[in-house]
Design a protein around this ligand. Structure first.
Ligand code: E4P
Length: 214
């Protein structure tokens, strides 16, 4: 499973990249606004850190607006993937963009028919939101598993990004059900890499080595 970083925090992305853990990056308007820096500059900096897909989202609501924005975003770097919301206008844009070779990530997917429609429109990636489904008492992993079965059954090429990931358990679960990608907030990487027995083991090795070399 690939790891994307769900962030526009350039320093954090750089640090995670130095461990060899960044296969790509996803952003959305809320993530960009949280950093409070220039959108274009931020996306370009992220694209210098990774060769993997970097999702930048459109804000227009009409397909023509989305297509115009997408063309501009795609010029920023060859690894920009245009994130498009799951709406009728969004799918119209995806259909046009896929025909002219602009990669898309259809976001805010909450059921199987939305996923299937985005795939058929030509989405390069689909982003089902696990955490937000859990917030309303629905199991997001059932949706990811269904997408996996559907994509494999019909031989579609679209990749599944497990989005709205909130815990280490989410990452584990996504890996076990064959999700192509988990997009993970930087803070989660810390807990993913830690185990008390690792710390205890290192402490013991240091103690034993110190005794031996005394
Ligand atoms: C990523 O592509 C999504 O925009 C992001 O994972 C949403 O996460 P949230 O539901 O925690 O805001």
């Amino acid at each position: 499973m690939k790891f994307f970083v769900d962030s526009a925090d350039v320093k954090s992305i750089q640090a995670i990249s130095e461990m060899g853990l960044v296969d790509g990056v996803t952003t959305n308007p809320s993530i960009i606004a949280k950093e409070g820096k220039d959108f274009e500059e931020t996306i370009k900096k992220i694209c210098e850190i990774t060769d993997g897909p970097v999702s930048a989202e459109v804000v227009g609501t009409k397909s023509e607006e989305m297509i115009e924005e997408a063309k501009k975003l795609a010029e920023w770097s060859s690894n920009v993937v245009v994130k498009i919301p799951m709406t009728k206008e969004g799918l119209k844009a995806v259909s046009v963009l896929s025909k002219i070779g602009i990669k898309t990530n259809v976001t805010l997917i909450f059921n199987i028919t939305q996923a299937l429609s985005a795939i058929k429109a030509g989405a390069t990636f689909i982003s089902p939101f696990i955490g937000r489904l859990e917030d309303i008492g629905t199991n997001g992993f059932d949706l990811i598993e269904a997408c996996r079965i559907m994509i494999d059954m019909y031989g579609y090429e679209t990749e599944i990004i497990g989005a709205s990931v909130r815990s280490m358990k989410h990452v584990e679960e996504l890996a076990l059900i064959g999700c192509d990608i988990a997009t993970i907030p930087p803070s989660l990487f810390d807990s993913m890499l830690k185990h008390p027995l690792t710390d205890k083991g290192i402490e013991q090795f240091e103690k034993d080595w110190a005794q031996f070399t005394k």
